[in-house]
Design a binder for this molecule. Structure first.
Ligand SMILES: CC(C)(COP(=O)(O)OP(=O)(O)OC[C@H]1O[C@@H](n2cnc3c(N)ncnc32)[C@H](O)[C@@H]1OP(=O)(O)O)[C@@H](O)C(=O)NCCC(=O)NCCSC(=O)C[C@@H](O)CCCCCCCCCCCCC(=O)O
Ligand SMILES: NC(=O)c1ccc[n+]([C@@H]2O[C@H](COP(=O)([O-])OP(=O)(O)OC[C@H]3O[C@@H](n4cnc5c(N)ncnc54)[C@H](O)[C@@H]3O)[C@@H](O)[C@H]2O)c1
Length: 717
């Protein structure tokens, strides 16, 4: 709803009141239209201020309404009516003015913002465009180039920058509504013609602007349609009269509105918020579990992961003890941490925060920290030794966390005298960049420990997902099968280029073989050795392409044995111009190696099409996702999808693997898995999961109903 009051006798104040973000639901739109008309009718009222209650102007259209038939007064005529009014209308912006909220403000004649407010048109991130005049009014206010950038990226703009761009007329540190009221009174009687953005003429955009932006988008937003529609809409603003531009905006929105991409992106928006509401097998949940404040943290091991974790903690203003095992490693780690912090400082024109980090070689220095994150080698014996020592050294209420990618959190907890204080905090590389954090609860992890890790993740700007304990947790458990299928496809006749091309066309920023070259083939090699699949622990009675009773591909192991570890050695699945090179080229040597390999094992190469690449790689991953849900390791499909979108490069406009399965159709996924399982009976995980079968038996309900078919989450191995 929206409230109406009269201030100082002559100012009509309209306050949007729809907590938490004053979204423009049909009720709110109705109320605004009514109150504006009332203020315009009232002869005592000479000017109007529109604001939002609770320190938020408006978070835009009510996204939940998009899933059903839109009812209530549309936004466009409502905003037009405000702009056409003969009394000055001032938007008082606190908190945010996003999407339809900013479009409403652009319809007002003036905008006053609090200095902490943010504005933006993030519709593109929801698979849409700003269709309440945003694509036509913003370019008329800022010029075409800045508007194009803001609309195609959805970037949030802080008030001081908004002032520079001309989006707001004034920024204040005072009470914004009071300032806006005084301002409104001061402009009564002034001509409004110039303040009506729809009447403004646009100056010519720079030559080639639209073509260049389109090319950048095609490169950056692989396959996403909304940014392209945004360019077309802004181009209409630059080339057509306002009314014709509005028609174009509406038509483009109509094509986006019901698209699969818009549905996927809106699902992702709510999924990201739903994972913050976690629950544990013992009934504890985010609503009742209190996090403890973390003032001092420690990170053990300053390798690839530890460095990034230290930087993340420092960026959040937390003081850190960074510990390494010897002077040389400490020196290298310290140099890397400081280099990143200095780069940060340069970017923000501030002093580096290195004073927050204390570097040490002594574990005993950790006695007084609130929380420790261990990030040493993936070696259970080493980690256990460290946890045993931590249990004795750290103060009794310190949380002990591990960044292990796949090891058993319960086994680590068991060597401490405080298993309830132990959780996994699984960051992703590089940890100061990647958004995802898996918070792994063990059998004994207390709700307070989970709440603290989740809260800390939030403070570090991560999207945190609570998951149960099993080998690989959620992300890596699914990933393993996806990688394995890609290797099998090479055995059967594909090349790394063919597999990667299919995955990149699907929307992944990088195909799986390029990713493998980037992170180093030795990472997986170490994991396979630890799992007894290669190296000393192997049962040599089994043939090379069979391990632990099932099909196995030793291809990656053979490359590692040759020293072909990826970018760092200039050869892996691709060829690079020099060690550390970034530009992958097809490797004829690798192709010949594949031919020899197939001939050695009597494998006949066949033509593998893109559909098979996608189905084999993605459906096996999805099938494991269903097993994970069935096991209660993830509490809902949203958790799996958020993990894949934020940690594994799954294209956001495809929602995530479980959402994708729903879009493709569960019976199709089931039928194809049955087909591939019959064709490859020695690959057990291609057998469709019982949950997938159950859902299909129950008529393939939409993803939002899957939780009804799930058991409660639990942690098991
Ligand atoms: C606002 C935020 C920055 C706040 O962040 P914060 O961290 O404080 O809080 P949360 O993110 O946790 O949010 C709290 C709570 O609020 C929910 N929520 C937030 N925003 C919205 C919203 N806009 N609508 C609904 N609900 C919202 C959130 O889900 C949380 O609740 P939960 O229960 O899940 O915990 C931050 O929230 C944020 O960034 N929000 C999104 C901002 C945004 O993207 N805004 C743009 C919205 S889209 C829009 O505005 C479109 C406009 O351009 C208007 C277009 C006109 C539409 C015309 C339709 C024509 C259709 C024609 C086609 C017809 C074709 C045919 O069928 O024939
Ligand atoms: N690299 C990744 O992509 C990635 C991603 C997520 C999680 N992980 C996990 O993070 C952990 C660390 O991985 P990494 O890639 O950073 O390894 P790394 O080899 O780059 O670094 C490990 C560091 O630990 C230090 N170390 C070893 N023993 C120590 C001890 N007793 N005390 C203090 N420091 C010690 C080493 O000197 C080294 O600098 C592993 O458990 C790994 O599985 C790695």
């Amino acid at each position: 709803m929206a409230k109406y009051s009269r201030l100082h006798g002559s100012v009509g104040l309209i306050s949007l009141a729809n907590p938490p973000v004053n979204a423009l639901s049909s009720v709110v739109r109705h109320a605004i239209s009514e109150k504006v008309a009332k203020a315009f009718r009232d002869p005592e009222v000479t000017c109007v201020v529109i604001c939002g209650e609770n320190g938020v102007f408006c978070g835009g259209a009510d996204i939940r309404e998009f899933a059903s038939t839109m009812r209530g007064p549309p936004l466009v005529p409502m905003i037009d009516a405000i702009e056409e009014g003969e009394k000055p209308v001032v938007a008082a912006i606190e908190g945010v003015a996003f999407g339809g909220g900013l479009e409403l403000a652009l319809g007002c004649h003036y905008r006053i913002a609090h200095y902490k407010a943010r504005v933006g048109l993030p519709e593109v991130t929801l698979g849409l465009l700003p269709a309440a005049g945003g694509t036509q009014r913003l370019p008329r206010l800022t010029g075409v180039a800045p508007a194009l950038q803001l609309i195609t990226t959805g970037r949030h703009v802080a008030a001081p920058e908004a002032l520079k761009l001309g989006i707001v007329d004034q920024v204040t540190e005072q009470n914004t509504v009071e300032v806006a009221v005084q301002f409104a009174k001061s402009v009564v009687g002034q001509a409004l013609h110039n303040r009506r953005l729809s009447l403004r003429q646009l100056s010519c955009p720079p030559d080639g602007l639209f073509e260049e932006t389109m090319a950048q988008i095609k490169q950056r937003a692989r396959g996403a349609v909304a940014p392209i529609a945004c360019v077309q809409a802004v181009k209409a603003a630059a080339t057509l009269p306002f009314k014709a531009g509005m028609d174009k905006e509406r038509d483009l929105m109509a094509t986006l509105f019901n698209s699969g991409q818009a549905k996927a992106l809106q699902y992702s928006f709510f999924a990201q918020r739903s994972v913050a509401k976690w629950n544990l097998p013992n009934g504890a949940h985010s609503g009742i579990s209190k996090a403890r404040a973390v003032h001092r943290a420690a990170v053990i091991g300053l390798g690839t992961m530890g460095r990034g974790i230290v930087v993340s903690l420092v960026r959040a203003g937390i003081s850190v003890i960074a510990m390494e095992t010897n002077e040389k490693q400490l020196h290298t780690g310290k140099k890397m941490v400081i280099a990143i912090l200095e780069k940060d400082a340069q970017k923000h024109n501030a002093a580096p925060r290195a004073d927050l980090v204390h570097f040490t070689e002594r574990l005993s220095d950790l006695s007084n920290v609130d929380l420790v994150i261990e990030a040493v080698y993936e070696d259970m014996v080493l980690k256990k030794d460290i946890f045993k020592q931590l249990s004795m050294i750290c103060k009794p209420d310190a949380f002990l966390c591990t960044n292990t990618s796949a090891l058993n959190v319960d086994e680590l907890a068991a060597v401490t005298g405080r298993p309830e204080m132990v959780v996994g905090m699984h960051f992703f590389a590089p940890a100061h960049v990647m958004k995802l954090l898996e918070v792994v609860y063990g059998q004994h992890s207390s709700p307070e420990a989970v709440a603290t890790a989740m809260q800390l993740g939030k403070r570090l700007g991560k999207v945190s997902v609570a998951v149960g304990n099993c080998p690989g947790f959620v992300g890596n458990r699914m990933m393993k099968l996806y990688v394995e299928q890609a290797h099998f496809l090479l055995e059967e006749g594909a090349t790394p280029e063919q597999v990667d091309e299919a995955l990149e066309e699907f929307g992944f920023a990088m195909g799986i073989f390029k990713v493998s070259d980037l992170s180093g083939l030795d990472v997986g090699w170490r994991v396979r050795k630890e799992a007894g699949l290669t190296g000393a622990g192997v049962d040599w009675k089994e043939p090379p392409r069979r391990r632990q009773g099932r099909r196995y591909s030793p291809l990656a192991d053979l490359l590692c044995e040759k020293g072909h570890l990826g970018q760092k050695t200039s050869r892996g699945w691709y060829l690079y111009e020099k060690p550390g090179g970034r530009d992958p080229k097809p490797d004829q040597g690798l192709h010949s190696f594949l031919v020899e390999y197939r001939s050695k094992y009597g494998l006949k190469a066949r033509r593998i099409d893109k559909d098979e690449v996608l189905e084999r790689c993605l459906f096996s991953l999805i099938n494991e996702g269903f097993c994970i849900l069935d096991d209660g390791i993830a509490s809902g499909p949203e958790d799996v999808d958020v993990i894949y979108v934020h940690g594994y490069g799954w294209p956001r406009h495809r929602g995530g693997p479980m959402f994708y399965a729903d879009m493709v159709g569960l019976s199709k996924v089931l039928e194809r898995l049955e087909f591939y399982h019959q064709a490859h009976p020695d690959v057990p995980y291609l057998k469709p999961s019982p949950l997938l079968r159950k859902l299909v038996r129950n008529g393939s309900p939409p993803i939002r109903e899957w939780r009804e078919f799930l058991k409660r989450p639990h942690s098991h191995l």
